[in-house]
Design a protein around this ligand. Structure first.
Ligand code: NAD
Length: 396
């Protein structure tokens, strides 16, 4: 079949097999060009490995650190004439590239929040890797079926306390407009913490530790976003921020529990990028479009892979870590630098639909969005027939 993008709101319902492969290979080639990383990461488990920051972390672990990797994601295989999700193609492309480089690479698709998945992963580590020395927790999900209570929690992306009247961007139409966002109820806030907070990260580390599959000196990272005050009403000071604060609580608790292994647990604060998860958050596309324009103008732009490469190279390879007052790793320093933020803040009240092209980088945002699904990647022939099963006819 010939695969074209079909965009519905915040998602693209098609994904391009050759494009996803080229996107993964492009990221792997970038990491290889940066040279080997001496991070002491030989066997890594990446939760949320199929896209965005998790995929980039797996690529840096494999092609920078030379690590064997086990990944977990929640992706859909192709059916008949419907393509798989992008992450499904990314996983295959990653496994093939890593194995060609002589690295072990295995991916398990299913619900990372479940006890069954934890048991399967432990079994696989025991059989194939023995132990792991890095766990990257990079899940982004709207729901979590709690493995102990059976409750299905649904996160809500809402402000706290009172309604918020704020600027946003309709990416499809290229229109800047105001929205009124209603505040979350206490139940919605608690549900968001249950989905995106630290409990599941703790469940993972505890399960892996009890099974004896954590190597001495084991480290774990969970990813967070703080950003600038422009997005705080819908992010850091909102339901998502509450969930992310709970990651900080979990990190502290895990550091205590990992002390016996001389292990470490850190929340790493990353920059804003376009991902499937971040496209769905109101306000963020407008902020990100302004941010990308300013960072590109100042020669400071980082994409997902170069950002994660910097995280590993500067924060995991033994030099002094950039930690904040609650012990988080900070690599959002460039996004939050005065030079960048002063300029984004200056443009924020000025930006309208009419001057969007002059002040922001909507084309860059749209292109990053399409690239997630394998579209717009250099060297890919988008008129060529695609095998949606990528040579794995039994996969569906
Ligand atoms: P993403 O949507 O690109 O990837 C999410 C991953 O989670 C995918 O691999 C998906 O398959 C997996 N997943 C979702 N539900 C799952 C489940 N139940 N079981 C197994 N796997 C599941 O997301 P992203 O933007 O890369 O976000 C990853 C982390 O990085 C999140 O914690 C996010 O808050 C953080 N972060 C993102 C940004 C940003 O701008 N995108 C900035 C800073 C921090």
């Amino acid at each position: 079949m010939i695969v074209k993008p079909r965009i519905r709101g915040f998602i693209c319902t098609t994904a391009h097999p050759d494009g996803c492969r080229a996107h993964v290979e492009e990221q792997a080639a970038f990491v290889r060009r940066q040279g080997p990383l001496d991070a002491g990461v030989r066997r890594a488990l990446v939760l949320g490995c199929s896209g965005g920051y998790g995929l980039a972390s797996r690529i840096v672990a494999a092609f920078g650190c030379g690590a064997d990797t086990l990944g977990v994601s929640f992706e859909k295989a192709p059916v008949d004439n419907k393509t798989a999700t992008a992450g499904w193609y990314n996983n295959i492309a990653f496994e093939e590239a890593a194995r060609a480089a002589g690295r072990y690479a295995q991916t398990i698709d299913g619900d990372a929040f479940s006890d069954a998945m934890k048991a399967r992963v432990i079994e696989t580590i025991r059989a194939d890797l023995g132990q792991i020395d890095l766990l990257v927790y990079s899940l982004a999900s709207p729901v979590r079926l709690h493995p102990r209570t059976g409750v299905l929690h649904r996160s809500a992306i809402k402000p706290l306390g009172s309604p918020v009247h704020i600027k946003t961007l309709n990416v499809d139409r290229g229109e800047v407009h105001d929205v009124d966002l209603e505040p979350a109820t206490p139940e919605e806030t608690a549900a968001t913490v249950a989905v995106m907070g630290g409990e599941d990260w703790e469940f993972w580390v505890d399960a892996l530790a009890s099974a004896g599959v954590l190597a001495p000196g084991f480290r774990t990272l969970a990813y967070t976003y703080i950003g600038s005050e422009l997005t705080w009403p819908i992010y850091w000071h909102a339901t998502l921020g509450k969930a992310k604060e709970d990651l900080d609580r979990a990190a502290l608790a895990l550091r205590g529990r990992l002390a016996a292994l001389s292990g470490d647990a850190r929340v790493a604060t990353l920059k804003a990028v376009v991902s499937q998860a971040s496209s769905a958050i109101p306000v963020v596309p407008l902020y990100a479009s302004l941010l990308f324009r300013v960072m590109k103008e100042q020669g400071l732009h980082e994409d997902i892979i170069s950002h994660i490469q910097r995280l590993f190279a500067t924060q995991l390879c033994g030099g002094a870590q950039r930690l904040d007052d609650v012990g988080r790793i900070r690599v959002d320093d460039v996004e939050l630098s005065d030079a960048v933020q002063n300029e984004v803040r200056r443009r924020w009240p000025l930006v309208t639909t009419e001057n969007l092209d002059a002040l922001a980088d909507l084309p860059g945002f749209r292109s990053d969005f399409l690239r997630i699904f394998g579209f717009g990647i250099d060297g890919v022939n988008y008129d060529a027939e695609q095998d949606p099963f990528m040579g794995r006819p039994d996969a569906g």
